[in-house]
Design a protein. Structure first.
Length: 551
């Protein structure tokens, strides 16, 4: 066993041990993710990886995290601290696990279920492992639990911190209540068991590190890595120019009203060594589901600041110490009960990023243009006549990343606050009574300029059954991704239904439709903004401009 150094000194006194242990912590997160993906029932998890894993210290601060979903991970400390308030540390025993999805106390939205487990050594908690997993359905008014509603109760089941596992045994009374509110309970039970397996893997890897290096050394590394990230980002903040730099945009709408009045405004300034990110001037809460819980807003801020000023900074709670997030009470970026929130996690969070990066551009600190500002969520639900069983499906669609001063934007990818993978259409068609007619990039949809914005995507699916319920949550159908430094704006998103008889119906950015057999819905995501007003001497389509289509 290696003798422990002080938290502040281990980097200098034993840098090799520091790097080995720190690398082991981050690797444990990756193994947790791999375990969950292999064990999960939902394609959204096993194939698209809509999940995140982290290791936290006894206070609930993130020490290490996987290369996962930014909106999940920035919110993780808020959720962990809420769990520790709800269930004090003394009540956490070896083999316990606590489940929570409450967005008002640190969660993101109801479909994101966070499971946290303690890591004990010699009778005390050394750390926690946690995973946040998107369940494709948590009950509520519509299949997929992601649609236009005007109350949190209509969005699904809200779970305060509850011990779902005690002494390595599931609390089946709590599980039974939970699953009774789900449309496909057997799949949700499988996803919960996958989360438990992921946490067990994290505990095992952390226990191995503790056995090899000792709990005192592990504790020192966990403290030192946060201090290191704090100092690293502080150096970046010190380069931020004096002055106050502001930017604003409006959302497309909330499903009940137009988006012109739904304003997100942010100003940036350096104050006493900290970067103040102030949302004064942002609109108040709204009826529809675009209200962002504070944890989601903070996640978007942390991601944006790290992107702009944190080159080389490892993401953990230490990096966030010098970021001061200020929000107006009862506003679009500080949701309180009972305002619905499901779309803030996917749409509002991405628009917050574009607004913050727009303010950075005003300061000359970061030059990326606007992006497609969305996750382009669609959900499906119905009853399969061949099996007689209910089904649900949740999926996101990629769009265009904004261009920068030295690069074109990426085509057809989840960007910024989402980091999920493309869900193969073959797996979806095999499991559901739908057929994809088209899945393609949209050449020319990225804004032109010295560097072109990334291209949006188009996905067209056809129902093979009657009464297929479809919900849409998307952005940039009204306000395009803005070009930067003279670059052109990206093309707008668009959604429409093509009925079997040929009639075409426009679908709003947040809406619901019911498809009959052979009806199709076509979802086109927005292109990213271009950068620079000097076009290149040659023209090209997006680098991935090939398309997949069925005749």
């Amino acid at each position: 066993m290696i003798a422990a150094a002080s938290p502040s000194g281990i980097i200098k006194s034993d840098p090799v041990t520091f790097e080995v242990v720190r690398g082991g912590l981050y690797q444990a997160c990756e193994e947790m993710k791999s375990t969950i993906m292999r064990a999960a029932f939902s394609p959204l998890l096993s194939l698209s990886a809509d999940l995140s894993c982290a290791i936290l210290d006894p206070q609930g601060d993130v020490v290490a995290q996987g290369n996962d979903i930014p909106v999940h991970l920035g919110a993780m400390p808020f959720t962990a601290r809420a769990m520790l308030r709800g269930i004090p540390p003394a009540a956490w025993n070896q083999g316990d696990a606590v489940l929570c999805n409450d967005p008002y106390i640190g969660g993101t939205h109801l479909p994101d279920m966070t499971l946290m487990s303690p890591v004990h050594r010699d009778g005390r908690i050394i750390a926690f492992v946690a995973c946040r997993v998107h369940w494709p359905d948590v009950g509520g008014e519509v299949p997929g639990s992601s649609s236009v509603t005007d109350h949190i109760l209509k969005e699904g089941m809200r779970v305060p911190p509850v011990k779902i596992m005690e002494a390595d045994r599931l609390n089946m009374a709590a599980v039974t209540i939970l699953l009774a509110n789900m449309r496909v309970p057997e799949s949700r039970f499988g996803d919960l068991q996958a989360q438990c397996a992921g946490n067990r893997r994290g505990i095992a890897r952390l226990s191995e590190l503790i056995a090899r290096y000792g709990s005192a050394t592990i504790t020192s590394v966990m403290e030192a890595t946060q201090d290191h990230s704090e100092k690293s980002l502080a150096a970046g903040i010190a380069t931020f120019p004096d002055g106050r730099f502001s930017y604003e945009e409006t959302l497309d709408g909330d499903g009940y009203s137009d988006g012109g009045e739904l304003r997100i405004r942010v100003s940036l300034r350096r104050e006493a060594g900290k970067l103040v990110v102030d949302f004064e001037g942002t609109s108040g809460p709204t009826r529809g589901p675009v209200n962002a819980p504070f944890a989601v807003t903070a996640s978007a801020v942390y991601y944006s600041v790290l992107a702009a000023l944190g080159a080389g900074t490892l993401p953990n709670s230490g990096a966030y110490r010098n970021i001061d997030v200020r929000v107006p009470k009862m506003s679009l970026v500080a949701a309180e009960p009972p305002y619905p929130v499901v779309s803030a996690n996917t749409e509002t969070s991405n628009r917050i990023v574009d607004v913050i990066l727009g303010a950075f551009a005003q300061a000359g600190a970061f030059g990326i243009a606007g992006s497609y500002g969305s996750a382009a969520v669609y959900t499906l639900g119905g009853r399969d006549p061949q099996t007689g069983k209910s089904f649900v499906h949740y999926e996101t669609i990629g769009g265009g990343l904004g261009a920068g001063p030295r690069w074109d934007g990426t085509d057809g990818m989840r960007v910024h606050m989402g980091n999920t993978m493309n869900l193969p259409i073959e797996a979806t068609e095999a499991a559901l009574p739908i057929r994809f007619d088209c899945y393609a990039l949209m050449p020319g949809s990225g804004g032109r300029g010295q560097h072109s914005g990334g291209a949006g995507s188009v996905k067209r699916l056809r129902s093979l059954i009657d009464h297929l319920e479809v919900s849409i949550l998307i952005e940039r159908t009204v306000s395009p991704a803005r070009g930067r430094n003279g670059g052109a704006d990206g093309a707008l998103a668009h959604v429409r239904v093509v009925r079997a008889a040929g009639a075409i119906e426009e679908v709003p950015s947040k809406g619901r439709v019911v498809l009959a057999a052979q009806d199709a819905i076509e979802i086109m995501t927005a292109g990213g903004g271009g950068w620079g007003d000097r076009p290149r001497q040659w023209e090209t389509q997006s680098s991935g401009s090939h398309a997949w289509r069925r005749s």
